[in-house]
Ligand binder design. Structure first.
Ligand code: ZN
Ligand code: ZN
Length: 353
């Protein structure tokens, strides 16, 4: 089968390897759709394979790191002990898989598993492996497209999670700083959750246009005006209830801390990669009294996936406009170049075998 691997930082290539065999608790999925994510760019450009091999035992092949953690497809083979799926089922799994048995899986979320959970690697392939399938995968209802199901594996769960974790209530004011795919999902999540004023910030005009479609009341082009100044003027100088950091940079994190009101919440879902540290601004002394910061990786596991699929199906959440490009697996190197460049208004690329 074909799989996209990273032999070394900054480079991907397609290679042929045998179709994987399922181990205990695993299913092998025949891919119908994969996609590229911002996190893939961190794995590709920042983290050396040796580091990833040490962090995620068994995940790196001799040829390189199998790329991609967002996938949907049909069950091809079932490992010993799997009871909830059968061959041919159309399924998806959270991009982070948890064991379902450790204290963290049982009390917090599968995304913080300490019992062998990890990122799924290798979805950008004709077949991929889902570990701990019974507690991380879900059958996709017929009414939910591959596109929507694949968003639920990661960015929809993360973006909506940013709003939930901040406990944004009916009518709450929310600013989402950066309108990449995760930020756009946070914008849509704020609208779905019943928030009031929703402010979307980015520097790419196509992304701001998309924000309006997804429910933003006001968009701010950060190239044209200072987002914090504008947010303050839109909220009578008070700041918003919730500011979502959705890109993973010092500048946006800091802007979020300055954009919330007293008692407000910074909800951080951007991936800071190898950024060594984040600092807080001090010029608005006392800078951060009576405010809070919450962080969310990507709420994961079967129940979360089933809930999101139910939300998509029944609340008619439609994020199809996020798919700006369509390619096949053979185009993976091109897909990465495009995604890195942010050219052509690219948001999500639907990749089929
Ligand atoms: Zn992702
Ligand atoms: Zn666990």
């Amino acid at each position: 089968m074909k799989v996209c691997v990273k032999p070394t930082n900054g480079k991907v290539e397609m290679i042929d390897v045998p179709i994987p065999e399922p181990g205990p608790g695993e299913v092998i999925v025949k891919t119908t759709m994969a996609t590229v994510c911002g996190s893939d760019m961190h794995f590709l450009d920042e983290f050396p394979n040796e580091m990833l091999g040490a962090l995620f035992a068994g995940s790196v092949l001799p040829e390189g790191l199998p790329m991609g953690h967002e996938g949907v497809g049909t069950v091809h083979a079932i490992g010993e002990g799997v009871t909830r799926f059968k061959e041919g089922d159309r399924i998806m799994a959270s991009c982070l898989v948890g064991c379902g048995r450790c204290r963290e899986c049982m009390t917090v979320d599968h995304s913080v598993c300490t019992g062998g959970g990890r990122v799924i690697f290798g979805c950008q392939a004709e077949y991929y492996r889902v570990p701990f399938a019974d507690v991380n995968a879900a059958v996709v209802p017929d009414a939910v497209s591959d596109e929507m199901a694949i968003l639920a594996t990661d960015i929809l769960s993360t973006g909506f999670g940013a709003i939930e974790r901040a406990e944004a209530g009916f009518g709450a004011s929310v600013a989402v700083l950066a309108q990449g795919p995760v930020g756009l999902c946070a914008t849509a999540g704020a609208r779905a959750r019943g928030c009031g004023l929703i402010i979307a910030v980015d520097a790419v005009p196509e992304r701001l246009e998309m924000s309006k479609k997804f429910g933003a009341n006001v968009v701010i082009n950060a190239k044209e005006e200072d987002p914090v100044v504008k947010i303050m003027s839109l909220t009578n100088g008070q700041g918003v209830d919730v500011a979502v950091e959705a890109v993973g940079t010092q500048a946006t994190f800091e802007a979020c801390t300055r954009a919330i009101r007293r008692g407000g919440t910074v909800s951080s879902v951007g991936v800071y990669g190898l950024t060594p540290q984040l600092s807080m601004p001090t010029f608005t002394a006392p800078s951060f009294l009576h405010r809070k910061i919450v962080t969310t990786l990507c709420p994961s596991g079967t129940v979360r996936m089933e809930n999101l699929l139910g939300l998509i199906e029944n609340a008619r959440i439609d994020l199809h406009p996020l798919f700006t490009h369509r390619m096949t697996l053979d185009d993976m190197p091109k897909a990465y170049d495009l995604f890195r460049s942010k050219a052509e208004g690219v948001l999500k690329i639907a990749i089929t075998p």
